[in-house]
Design a binder for this molecule. Sequence first.
Ligand SMILES: [Fe+2]
Ligand SMILES: [Fe+2]
Length: 264
Amino acid sequence: MHFTTLLIEPPGIDSQLINLMLAPEKFLVNKAECGPKAWNLIIESDPPDLVIVDTDLPLNGNVRIGASQLMELMSRRSGWRKIPKLVLTSDSSSSIFQQTTKKNVCAAILKPYDPRRFIQEVFNCISKRLDAHIKEINRQHIQLGTQIKNITNMLNQGDTINLKNRLGTILAEIEDHFAFEEQYMSQHFYPDFVEHQKGHKQVLTNAAKLIDEICTSSPMIANQKIKQLSTDVFDVTDDKKYIGFLYDLLESLTTHLKTVDFKE
Ligand SMILES: [Fe+2]
Ligand SMILES: [Fe+2]
């Protein structure tokens, strides 16, 4: 299990300390030592679980890209917008302290900082992100369930107008939902990822077939097939297992926090 972090921090003692605290068995740390390098990483890479950014970034050649420009860039990129940002600054008058709710800044820490406070904030940021991911999965499940139910109601009322289009829209949303789950699973080395993905592929193949059959069957048979579609999509055991894994991730982070060595 790993959490991914983009650390935008000039080389030095702070960077070394952060690396020590974000133990390699728990965190994959991608480092950018200046604004331009961070800019390129944000453009080219998948979003991490957390961004740690220092407001005191050095020039690279003649180019200076500061933390606020990087925050602006991340807020314009859809995958990066909701990633929590932990800001480190040596400027006690920095406006960032008044703006922590903006641009998903989950915490702003004044340097020099207490390592315990830092690691606690890392935990808070990641747990919020995990929590948001779990809530988003649940939201997508509810939305899909409602749409499938609406189709059932439609068929019960003998309404088949645009049936194929509406079912096509649902199929596209099922595909997006599976891709959403798989992206996170793969990024966090979910142990049953291959199995779960195989299940998703099977559901998609069956769903495409079922949708064709629904459009050409009598209302009674069509309703049975809709039920089948719903059962396939909400294979509760598999998704329950996955959500359990996410809670285990949170738990393991809490355990890790208790074992971090803060020798000074
Ligand atoms: Fe799901
Ligand atoms: Fe799933």
